[in-house]
Design a protein around this ligand. Structure first.
Ligand code: GLC
Length: 567
């Protein structure tokens, strides 16, 4: 019998989706690495938390050069994480609890362990096997130079030269990320056919949809011209300027329509048509093109994740996001945290805390990461602001994403020992940029000592801070003032209150450092960013911090938010 919540085919328009990073969620076999059974074991936790769906970051066989975003087999499970039978069980158990399941599709590149890549290397220049990937002869007299100036996302050139079977230096291949992630050649129809088959393979197993990794990358300009030079590296920039030969090419549209057709083939199945969420760090006006009729359903909206902690900046982001999405009739999503970015608890505890969107400058500041890495962190301040930010996000129209550990108020682990770092950014920047491991540290579940119930006693793949005993699920479940209890209350209210989720919102008049808006006639959210306390006149549903009481007046203090029930 289908869980009643799974009968709603419009679930994705307002869903709160919980991101599981499998390697770091729960380690059921005590080998230091999370696994699929660990995920299944904790579905009761997610049900109680009150989310609507889960998105599982890649769980496929992979040498983990990029944490699993280097896929060696799209139709199997990493043996360190479990088996296909475990995945089937996970999907069935999630559905039994009314939770939808999204998984990750990584279509731009695979792993250098993928059998088709190995075949391409062996087959040599001009072969159909090489046509599956992007091979080019080198420039220079003897082909000793890369075919063009493109830079790779994780540092260095986006081209790598292979050694041919006879031992001579050979052609170059394109990799927008690490060299262990060769890019597929999407001009070859066999690639598209193969991915249709991968989609159906998982849809047939009951997966409700896919998150599409780097959804703006697949097609490249076929003349392979140089990209604009990034003065910092001297290479072609990875930034997504309009007219870039690498990103957001017009051919994306045909592919999106093709995938949509595959997802719609399932319209008559119990679970209904399947859905997509695209990951594309593009300015909003370009990102929402992907959501036009007949293309994709939703797209991550990273504007809150990049915005600084200020009323003005967040208001710009909200207004702009809602206006842009309205033009295509698609719901927006909101994201504060994910496995690629510094956790908000640390970010909002730093100065600066992100981009000021009121200044209208390039929204994709490649130096943001480094500026944040250098600034000192006030974790308590950041946690206080993160609680308020969660209240803002979950009160806004549309859907939202919650990244594992966000609901515990985990901070970025900024002092991981260098020898433990695994992110390819660390390696490829010659150990100058630490990368993203600090937001990927395993989840603390219970107990007083690492690994805090993540596994039993095996050393986790990244070390866990000793003080996380206080932040474990067990510790917070006992504490009504904890971040976890706040998220549970918010998600419970969100499910109960018809004003929340999709639908309109209206701004109230408010002081400059305050955001206040209503949803319908009965619900209001107020966030106070400034030092001046704000009077609260209505009935409080939930507050992110203790309210002040002065001369019979209830006041909302700085860096706090409140949800109110109106008469
Ligand atoms: C996406 C993923 C990131 C990965 C990259 C390459 O941005 O979220 O983790 O490194 O794509 O696949």
């Amino acid at each position: 019998m289908l869980h009643p919540r799974l009968t709603d085919q419009n679930w994705w328009r307002s869903a709160v989706v919980y991101q599981i990073y499998p390697r770091s969620f729960a380690d059921s076999n005590n080998d230091g690495t999370g696994d699929v059974r660990g995920m299944t074991d904790h579905l009761d936790y997610l049900e109680k938390l009150g989310v609507d769906a889960v998105w599982v970051s890649p769980w496929y066989p992979s040498p983990l050069h990029d944490g699993g975003y280097d896929v060696a087999d799209y139709k199997d499970i990493n043996p360190d994480f479990g088996t296909l039978a475990d995945a089937d069980e996970f999907i069935a158990q999630a559905h039994a609890r009314g939770l939808r399941v999204l998984i990750d599709l990584v279509p731009n590149h695979c792993s250098s362990d993928h059998p088709l890549w190995q075949a391409a290397l062996a087959a040599g220049p001009g072969s159909p096997e090489r046509e599956m990937f992007i091979f080019r002869d080198g420039a220079g007299e003897n082909g000793e130079l890369p075919p063009n100036n493109w830079g790779a996302h994780f540092g260095g050139p986006a081209w790598h030269r292979v050694t041919e079977a006879d031992g001579t230096p050979g052609q170059w291949y394109c990799h927008l990320f690490a060299p262990e992630q060769p890019d597929w050649n999407w001009e070859n129809p066999r690639v598209a056919d193969m991915f249709d088959d991968i989609l159906r393979f998982w849809f047939d197993r009951g997966v409700d949809g896919f998150r599409i990794d780097v959804a703006d990358a697949m097609f490249k300009h076929q003349e392979f011209p140089d990209a604009r030079v990034d003065p910092a590296t001297g290479l072609g920039t990875v930034s997504k300027y309009e007219g870039s030969p690498i990103w957001d090419m017009p051919a994306m549209e045909g592919l999106q329509r093709r995938w949509r057709t595959v997802a719609d083939e399932y319209a008559d199945s119990d679970l209904g048509p399947r859905v997509f969420v695209s990951e594309a760090y593009l300015p909003g006006n370009r990102r929402i093109k992907y959501l036009a009729e007949g293309r994709l359903h939703t797209s991550f909206n990273f504007e809150l994740l990049e915005s600084e902690w200020s009323a003005a900046s967040m208001r710009v982001v909200i207004d702009q996001s809602l206006a842009e999405h309205a033009t295509v009739g698609a719901p927006t999503t909101w994201v504060l945290n994910n496995h690629d970015n510094i956790r908000t608890v640390s970010r909002f505890g730093k100065d600066p805390s992100g981009l000021d969107f009121t200044r209208g400058r390039d929204r994709f500041d490649p130096h943001l990461g480094e500026r944040l890495a250098r600034a000192t962190t006030d974790v308590e301040l950041g946690r206080r602001r993160s609680r308020a930010a969660a209240m803002l996000m979950l009160a806004l129209p549309g859907g939202a994403y919650v990244y594992q550990g966000e609901e515990l108020g985990l901070e970025e682990v900024e002092d991981l020992p260098e020898e433990s770092l695994q992110d390819p950014i660390w390696l490829r920047s010659n150990h100058t940029i630490r990368g993203r491991d600090g937001c990927r540290v395993p989840m603390p579940w219970s107990g007083t000592q690492p690994p805090f119930g993540f596994g039993q006693d095996a050393e986790p793949w990244l070390p866990m801070p000793a003080h996380w005993s206080e932040l474990s699920v067990e510790a917070q479940g006992e504490d009504p003032g904890s971040v976890l209890e706040l998220y549970r209350t918010l998600l419970d209210e969100r499910r109960r209150n018809v004003a929340l989720g999709e639908g309109p919102m209206e701004w109230d008049e408010s002081p400059e450092q305050v955001l206040s808006f209503t949803r319908g006639d009965l619900f209001r959210c107020v966030v106070n960013y400034g030092p001046e306390p704000v009077p609260v006149a209505d009935e409080v549903i939930v507050a992110s911090a203790d309210l002040l009481v002065e001369e019979d007046q209830v006041l909302l203090p700085q860096d706090a938010a409140v949800w109110l029930q109106l008469d």
